[in-house]
Write a protein that binds this ligand. Structure first.
Ligand code: GCO
Length: 479
């Protein structure tokens, strides 16, 4: 394929999340979060690593943003920790928390870097869990909306790109079905769907408020989208694929884009008594918010294979994901009667067993474009690896290969007609991998940091940093 120049004003970016980079977990009036508590339960994370200090972005944001400017970054996507703004989750605002994010935004703007703010990247104020069970209770909807409004009012003049939720599918699945993230519940299916409905309502109310407060801004949600392949052309496997798509992708993306739940999944859950309870005007609110969605955010890491899964297959309904710190544990996941997910024999995997499939990124963009007709922000894409620091250098050619293939796929998607406005590499600096500590590195910038204690925290530019700099300065022509 011929390398193309990306659209004018294309937002080449990098992303991070508050808990994974900031540290300063008890500073300047911040309240504790679910993650501050969860990581203290023994054996939940690799070597019981915490984000107490993380990579100290809270104190080093100026140094980090100066490096972003050196890279030529057009946008920096970061998340706000709700508990810095409302230490109790609601009620009194903590001015120091707001000021921190305003400073971060100003620092980006100083270098012409467009800030892109995620309102929720998995850290809920612990006080709300204590008060009423957090996402399990309907009260969360209004508390989230109040938090969102507070940020829109304070930062809306300066920040034009907003993301309501990061990977709703992941934090709810890991939290209520797999017990791998807080609140650590296993197979709480009924609650899982109710929680998702609360998140959907919180998202919808935030979108509607946003359009009042920041009429010239753009808002979307970031979904961890794994496009799927049928194992082969056996019609049973093709039906397994469409079952998977509805249960695992459209169940969420349809709500953002259409404001309604997909029919197959709704019927399937209804028969099992698992559909969420809804209030009278929920449908109207969801529809109104969907009509105002500006873009679909896609976090793309891997594709998935779907195969028929007979009810008597004896497969664990959800399987287990990579255990903390463990390398290479492909498990066959699935839902008996609907589908199972075997490995893809054509593709390689990362050190953490994530399938590497650049074409899947093109596929994801095409699917979103033809199903939803929305602009797309690739809000995350990147490679987690064991990087080695040698004489101040990190030769991460494997990451360059990975990113090059994915950017090529992105350019193909643009040529296919997809309206892609941004691509964010996950991540700018190395950061805390929720379950895998600091050994799983994603950054373009290496941080001298190991578990359990921080070491020098010095930053070193990896080879991939210099590569991405050329990509950005040529607007995607030099890969
Ligand atoms: C990890 C994950 C994360 C996610 C990100 C999702 O290893 O912890 O890869 O870094 O990609 O937080 O939005």
């Amino acid at each position: 394929m011929e390398m193309i120049e990306m659209p004018k004003n294309f937002l080449w970016g990098c992303a991070s999340a508050a808990y994974q980079v900031e540290g300063a977990y008890q500073e300047d009036g911040k309240g504790l979060t679910n993650w501050d508590q969860f990581v203290r339960i023994k054996d939940k994370t690799f070597k019981d690593t915490t984000g107490d200090v993380a990579v100290d972005h809270y104190h080093r944001y100026k140094e980090d943003i100066a490096l972003m400017a050196e890279l030529g970054l057009k946008t920096y996507r970061f998340s706000v920790s709700w508990a810095r703004i409302f230490p109790e989750g609601r009620g009194a605002v903590n001015e120091k928390g707001l000021q921190f994010y305003e400073n971060l935004v100003d620092e980006c703007l100083k270098y012409g870097i467009e800030p892109m703010v995620t309102l929720y990247h998995w850290d809920i104020p612990a006080a709300l869990d204590t008060a009423y069970g957090g996402w399990e209770d309907r009260q969360i909807v209004d508390d989230y909306a109040a938090y969102a409004k507070c940020l829109f009012k304070r930062l809306g003049r300066k920040v034009k790109y907003w993301i309501t939720f990061n990977e709703q599918n992941i934090f709810t699945t890991f939290g209520w079905l797999l017990a791998a993230h807080p609140p650590g519940k296993f197979d709480a299916q009924k609650m899982f769907y109710q929680v998702n409905h609360h998140v959907n309502m919180a998202h919808a109310k935030a979108v509607l408020a946003f359009k009042q407060i920041v009429p010239d801004g753009k808002i979307g949600a970031s979904f961890a989208f794994s496009p799927s392949y049928a194992f082969d052309c056996d019609p049973k496997n093709v039906i397994a694929k469409i079952n998977f798509d509805e249960m695992n992708s459209f169940w969420w993306m349809d709500i953002y884009a259409y404001g309604r739940y997909p029919a197959f999944t709704w019927n399937y859950l209804d028969k099992k008594g698992l559909v969420p309870e809804m209030e009278a005007d929920d449908k109207t609110i969801l529809l109104a918010a969907a009509a105002k969605l500006d873009f679909m955010g896609i976090n793309y890491y891997q594709s998935i294979v779907c195969e028929y899964n007979p009810l008597h297959g004896g497969v664990d309904p959800y399987g287990t994901m990579n255990t903390a710190g463990k390398k290479g544990t492909t498990e066959i996941k699935g839902v008996p009667g609907l589908y199972k997910n075997p490995p893809n024999p054509y593709l390689m995997t990362t050190d953490w067993d994530w399938t590497i499939d650049a074409s899947g990124l093109r596929y994801a963009c095409r699917e979103v474009t033809s199903r939803y007709h929305l602009p797309i922000v690739i809000s995350e894409n990147g490679l987690g690896a064991f990087d080695i620091l040698e004489d101040g250098k990190i030769h991460d050619g494997y990451r360059i290969d990975y990113l090059r293939e994915h950017v090529l796929a992105l350019e193909e998607a643009v040529q296919d007609g997809c309206d892609i406005i941004s691509y964010c590499v996950w991540s700018f600096t190395d950061l805390l991998s929720w379950l895998n500590g600091y050994q799983k590195r994603y950054g373009l910038v290496y941080v001298d940091r190991e578990e359990p204690e921080g070491s020098s925290m010095n930053r070193y530019k990896k080879d991939s940093f210099y590569w991405y700099k050329k990509v950005i300065s040529s607007n995607g022509k030099h890969l």
